[in-house]
Design a binder for this molecule. Structure first.
Ligand code: RAM
Length: 359
């Protein structure tokens, strides 16, 4: 169990959860704000980088959806970290990545007095009220993979810079279609913070003169659902028979689109790239459906999220820019602007290196 005083938290939690129900749908407080709304301040004083990591912290991972291999690996990295710092790990979450499907899980975690909630947000706003209540009652909130609005969490663990992720995908598709032709994006859910940020940045990147012959014709949404992503791919090719390439910045979408293409007349003719896990994509790289795609190490992302949560809960950091902490085997990290901590650059996978990876 946590070292935090449980008794003191109980009353606050009951009041705060009630307040949440009354204020359902409202935004959260701003960390370090004047507290104009009369809500308790969720800032936790000054950081002490030398504070020891607490043992016994309860750490819960709440992914966008639980049946997605990407999150199984990411959360598994979180579990490894929690085991290292002798905490209690658990994973909870919805089976569908819809906007508000995470709210009830957060409320339960709050009632259970969870010390650290690490979550990948399906929507930047929908879980803000619930997360703010969790923080007001003493939990530390780490977003990873897909952020909420910054004021709704303590820190965000970004897999790489959003620009880096967008640019590598544009570069890969441009290379694969010879710099010319119609392309489409097959995304996850329409509300996902990470997907939408990357798509906007890809559009911006495509405005560069070197990409002037590439035309992004549409964005389709497979909702991080395998079947829907498969059908959306089929739909894209029906609507745009002269499509030259597809970018799918989601592991679910990329694998489903590859499966569709590999069994169709478009295999090897329509380029496909994006973000995928090597284990899901291996066969499609080997059969020539996909030349190259990218990703970071999801296990490291979860591992870093867990250590950031422990550093927050132990008072080593409060989430302010410039603070540093050590994330076990990954070494030292610094909190950047807006409480963002960047894991590192993404890796590109193709025939030459895919067998070196097993995740
Ligand atoms: C899917 C999810 C996740 C994203 C990866 C690349 O698993 O949409 O949020 O980061 O793909």
């Amino acid at each position: 169990m946590s070292l935090r005083s449980r008794g003191a938290r109980m009353g606050v939690i009951a009041a705060a959860v009630t307040a949440l129900v009354l204020a359902a749908g409202c935004g959260g407080t701003t960390r370090g704000s004047e507290g104009g709304g009369g809500e308790p301040d969720v800032t936790t004083g000054t950081a002490n980088p030398d504070a020891p990591l607490k043992e016994g912290l309860s750490v819960a991972f709440l992914p966008k959806q639980i049946n997605n291999p990407y999150f199984t690996v990411a959360d598994g990295g979180g579990k490894d970290a929690v085991t290292e710092f002798k905490g209690e790990y658990k994973e909870v979450g919805p089976s569908e990545a819809s906007a508000s499907s995470q709210v009830s899980y957060i409320n339960t975690l709050t009632q259970q007095q969870t010390d650290v909630i690490a979550t990948s947000a399906n929507d930047p706003n929908a879980i803000c009220g619930a997360l703010t209540t969790a923080r007001q009652t003493g939990a530390k909130v780490v977003t990873f993979d897909s952020d909420t609005k910054p004021e709704c969490r303590d820190v965000f663990i970004s897999q790489a810079t959003a620009e880096g992720i967008a640019d590598v995908q544009v570069e890969m598709i441009a290379e694969q279609i010879g710099g010319k032709g119609k392309i489409a994006v097959l995304s996850a859910t329409p509300n996902a913070t990470n997907q939408n940020e990357w798509i906007e940045l890809m559009k911006k990147e495509l405005e560069k003169p070197e990409y002037s012959d590439i035309d992004l014709v549409t964005v389709a949404y497979g909702n991080d659902d395998d079947q829907k992503s498969f059908q959306e791919t089929q739909g894209l090719l029906r609507s745009y028979p002269d499509l030259k390439g597809i970018i799918s910045p989601t592991t679910v979408g990329l694998a489903a689109a590859a499966r569709y293409l590999s069994g169709s007349q478009y295999q090897g003719k329509v380029a496909l790239t994006g973000l995928g896990t090597p284990n899901q994509m291996r066969q499609f790289v080997k059969d020539g459906t996909v030349e190259k795609f990218a990703l970071w190490k999801p296990a490291d992302l979860g591992y870093l999220a867990a250590y950031a949560g422990a550093a927050l809960a132990s008072g080593q950091i409060t989430g302010e820019q410039g603070q540093t902490f050590t994330a076990g085997k990954l070494g030292e990290y610094t909190v950047g602007e807006n409480g963002v901590i960047v894991l590192g650059p993404p890796t590109e996978f193709d025939k030459s290196n895919i067998d070196e990876f097993d995740f």
